[in-house]
Unconditional design. Structure first.
Ligand code: ATP
Length: 229
């Protein structure tokens, strides 16, 4: 479970996020939507504790700056954060050691096959294509077998096959009980698999909706209705 209470983040005089509260539950895909500059990435980065903020954030019941919280969540950033000179295998070894999950060979193998990175094990990150970097970033977040997953724009740079594979993967993780929070602009793609959505604008949550409440309305239509764009 990812719990955010009264999160506020200011950059100088700008309130990028203004007293927002939200919750992403296990066995669910929760979507964070909003126009450019609404505050989605700021919210996700605050949850991962990459930013200083005001408010309370808990991951799997632990304060987000605790070791217990850090062990339990995976983060797939908008722009992959990789080490240029480390190979794919070295990235995997580094994360496996850092998270003390050296028994993860089987799951690592599965993700290497799924993301078609097996041939690239000896390739340094700087020589990977944009899509491959995104896939490596996903793999690194997933080989720790997270209980909560934070994903910022997961489909950017992926080819249509990889988008399908990612959607299936997200559904599988949801069924396994992972609490998933996704920020995305690609609403059509997410329409089949979301459970709960928060629509942000100008730093505030302007709509909180459950899929069960809008059987006939698509998330995209709802987005245009409430943001007025
Ligand atoms: P997008 O859909 O374009 O990715 P977003 O909803 O993720 O947008 P944020 O990146 O969270 O939006 O930005 C929210 C607001 O905070 C914007 O007005 C942005 O200009 C501002 N902002 C973000 N990062 C910084 C920063 N490092 N310094 C100053 N202002 C920032």
């Amino acid at each position: 479970m990812i719990e955010v209470e009264q999160l506020t983040k200011t950059y100088g005089k700008l309130k990028a996020v203004d007293h927002i509260s939200l919750c992403a539950k296990p066995y669910e895909i929760t979507v964070l939507l909003g126009p450019n500059g609404a505050g989605k990435s700021t919210t996700i980065k605050s949850i991962t504790n990459l930013l200083k903020y005001e408010g309370t954030i808990r991951i799997c019941g632990h304060a987000n700056d605790s070791i217990e919280a850090k062990r339990s969540f995976g983060y797939i950033p908008e722009t992959p954060m990789l080490y240029d000179l480390l190979t794919v295998k070295e990235h995997i070894d580094f994360i496996s050691h850092a998270y003390n999950c050296k028994d993860n060979q089987q799951i690592t193998e599965e993700y290497l096959n799924l993301f078609e990175l097996k041939e690239k094990l000896k390739t340094p990150a700087k020589e990977l294509s944009k899509g491959m970097k995104q896939k490596l970033s996903m793999l690194l977040a997933l080989i720790i077998e997270p209980k909560a997953l934070l994903v910022d724009e997961p489909m950017v740079g992926l080819d249509p096959y990889s988008i399908e594979a990612t959607l299936h993967l997200l559904e599988k993780l949801k069924k396994q009980g992972v609490a998933i929070l996704i920020s995305t602009h690609i609403i059509d793609v997410i329409n089949e698999i979301w459970d709960e959505a928060y629509i942000m604008n100008k730093g505030q949550i302007i709509k909180h909706v459950f899929k069960s409440e809008c059987e006939t309305e698509t998330l995209k239509n709802l987005f245009f209705e409430v943001t007025g764009e």
